[in-house]
Design a protein around this ligand. Sequence first.
Ligand code: NDP
Length: 323
Amino acid sequence: MYRAIRIHGYGGPEVLQLETLPTPVPGRGEILIRQEAIGVNYIDIYFRTGLYKVPSLPAILGMEGAGVVMAAGAGVTDFEPGDRVAYPTALGGYGECRTIAADRVVPLPPDIPFDIAAGCMLRGLTAHMLLREVHSVQPGETILVHAAAGGVGLLVCQWARHIGARVIGVVSTEEKGELARQNGAADILIGHDNLAARVRKLTDGAMVPVVYDSVGKDTFVASLDCLAPRGLMVSYGNASGEVTGISVGMLATRGSLYLTRPGLTTYLAQRSALLAGAKELFDLIIQGVLTVRIGQRFALADAGAAQTALESRATTGSTILLP
Ligand code: NDP
């Protein structure tokens, strides 16, 4: 038997229930992992509230984790019991153990601790997707990054600084601003009132070629207004709510803008992309270029408190659960 956090319906943190379940048996192409650390991500909240739908209920939430292989199902050749592994995007993470398709898992280098892996697999590969795939950020480029002190945000700040870009970070408090600055943001804007005017001032009127917006509803239009002509709006999250009711003409009137709404699952669909992205991420961590800040640690049983902290904007960096 093992303990896991399941939901039987969508709702507030109270729908997260600690349950004792029979230990699963890995099927063909799957492995069973004993989890050492589990990531808590904003997407877990979208699945809990029903903004994103789980395939069926009841469901175990959580997309990201790290641990040790306990058993391998038929046809698995890449992993064997005892291997250290981690994964970024597979529903079913909030448990002491779990089964998972072996092709969604990467080997974890010995010098990356489990908690660091659980704090960076989803968030770090998102930073990689944003800065390397969705748009190839160039040295000297100025980029606007919302929620710059968050889990994804701090890694984007560090990685963009490493590339040689200038980050303008948007955060809600002075303390978060200081943290984002320490992690590579050159300029900080507190709050998003009059965002375009403040970006215009910081860029001597040029505005920015790309905005990374994970806040969604509250900032979408303000973010478009910060772009230079033919700039790229990367809308990649909904922390304040889903973006609805936009018209294509908004892109034309603001200077022939581009809009994309990327999802990490698409970018990691090929196993080769997962392995290459994870290698780049792990190499940068081992070299000390990227430092994963675990801002909050909770017991597995306190998953509700962890999600409440994340959605009430009380967290910085990554949040993890310890089984
Ligand atoms: P964060 O640690 O960034 O937490 C969310 C942050 O959003 C808050 O700390 C807060 O920062 C900011 N925020 C602004 N407005 C609100 C609001 N109304 N309610 C709550 N938070 C708000 O979370 P993650 O690192 O887990 O994820 C960051 C974002 O990236 C999420 O939107 C997530 O969905 C998205 N994401 C998207 C992926 C994709 O594939 N498209 C993959 C991974 C993440 P502040 O107080 O400074 O405003």
